[in-house]
Design a protein around this ligand. Structure first.
Ligand SMILES: [Zn+2]
Length: 56
């Protein structure tokens, strides 16, 4: 179970940190992220792309 904390991700900054070749996918990001509140690695990463149409 993921912890219940919620943080907004600065995806551009995160992408810059991980490098241009790194995928910005949930599966790519989650192993590298920790909850800033409790340090849990079992985070629920919710990404809401502002201008990417949702397919399916
Ligand atoms: Zn947490």
């Amino acid at each position: 179970m993921a912890c219940r904390h919620h943080r907004e991700l600065d995806l551009p900054a995160l992408a810059a940190r991980l490098g241009p070749d790194h995928g910005a996918l949930h599966a790519d990001l989650v192993p590298r992220l920790r909850c800033a509140e409790c340090g849990s690695k079992r985070i629920a990463l919710t990404m809401l792309p502002p201008d990417v149409p949702t397919e399916r």
